[in-house]
Design a protein around this ligand. Structure first.
Ligand code: ADP
Length: 283
């Protein structure tokens, strides 16, 4: 009889622990929701005044009546550039909190991979020219299959990788390659065909022991790069999280002092169900 009572007591205690665990999980979920909501609201509240700063400093910098001295003109430009940096940071934080909260809406549609070179030329040729770097984009010419993705988010990944490649390269080249991926049986279960987009640079490279941490939020390979190159350490976390949402993943191979290659693997046709549950009207 005593043993039965003992067993009952134990069961009772176990149940109590279970209830407590469930309560803590619920509390955690709630505070994580509060955090995401807070970040979303804050970002919105910050963007409104920031937009005024951006628009008005831009107008000042245009200096229509030639009222401004050279110094004042320079100040107006610095205000505008700093405002833009701040806006990018806010947008990155908001994007990451959306991913964390599972609230990043995706809008999959057909995309023409042969548009990628034009997109890159338009956005990045000026920076490459300014730094005297060669920038080339090569799309394999037999990519006939239809590629479905969220084009805005795909561009976000590509833009982050390219700005890093150009930022961390002082001489040489940045090369983008779009090709069909060699697929494993596991990959075939998810999609019949896959594409790879790789961004290769001849820049400073990333030491082996830092190659994992650069994908974590707010992490940079070297504390000193912050001062030398600026940046927040959010770009690659966004790349990794967004690539996951697009059904793929991202890899890095790099040799310190020689350069880096980031490769994004994406299914040509992301899993129907996953894609559909995420489909939403584009913002
Ligand atoms: P940010 O560029 O804003 O610092 P990222 O998350 O994009 O943040 O990158 C994190 C870190 O990874 C960078 O600070 C840098 O140390 C390293 N890194 C990223 N891309 C490259 C690259 N192409 N070459 C060398 N280092 C890189």
């Amino acid at each position: 009889e005593e043993r039965t009572r003992d067993a009952e007591q134990k069961t009772h205690e176990l149940e109590k622990v279970q209830v407590e665990l469930r309560q803590s999980a619920e509390q955690l979920r709630q505070s994580s929701n509060y955090k995401s909501e807070f970040l979303a609201n804050m970002s919105h509240e910050l963007r409104t005044p920031l937009n005024s700063i951006l628009i008005l400093s831009e107008m000042l910098a245009e200096n229509h009546e030639n009222h401004l001295s050279d110094d004042e003109l320079e100040y107006a430009k610095v205000i505008h550039d700093s405002g833009e940096d701040l806006l990018n940071l806010i947008n990155d934080i908001l994007d990451l909190s959306k991913v964390e909260a599972g609230k990043m809406d995706l809008w999959f549609r057909e995309m023409d991979v042969y548009e990628i070179p034009q997109h890159i030329q338009n956005l990045f040729m000026p920076i490459a020219n300014q730094k005297g770097l060669e920038l080339s984009v090569d799309v394999a010419n037999d990519l006939a299959e239809i590629f479905h993705t969220d084009v805005k988010r795909f561009h976000q990944v590509l833009n982050n990788l390219l700005s890093n490649a150009l930022k961390f390269t002082e001489e040489g080249s940045v090369t983008v390659k779009v090709d069909r991926a060699r697929i494993t049986p596991a990959m075939r279960q998810l999609s019949d065909t896959w594409i790879t987009v790789s961004v290769t640079d001849t820049g400073i490279g990333i030491p082996k022991n830092k190659q994992n941490i650069v994908f974590e939020s707010f992490q940079q390979a070297d504390g000193a790069t912050v001062r030398k190159y600026g940046g927040t350490g959010l770009g690659l976390s966004i790349c990794r999280e967004v690539t996951k949402l697009l059904g793929g993943w991202i890899t890095l191979s790099s040799t310190e002092g020689q350069g880096s290659t980031f490769t994004v693997y994406l299914p040509s046709l992301p899993d129907g169900n996953a894609a559909q549950t995420n489909i939403a009207v584009q913002e």
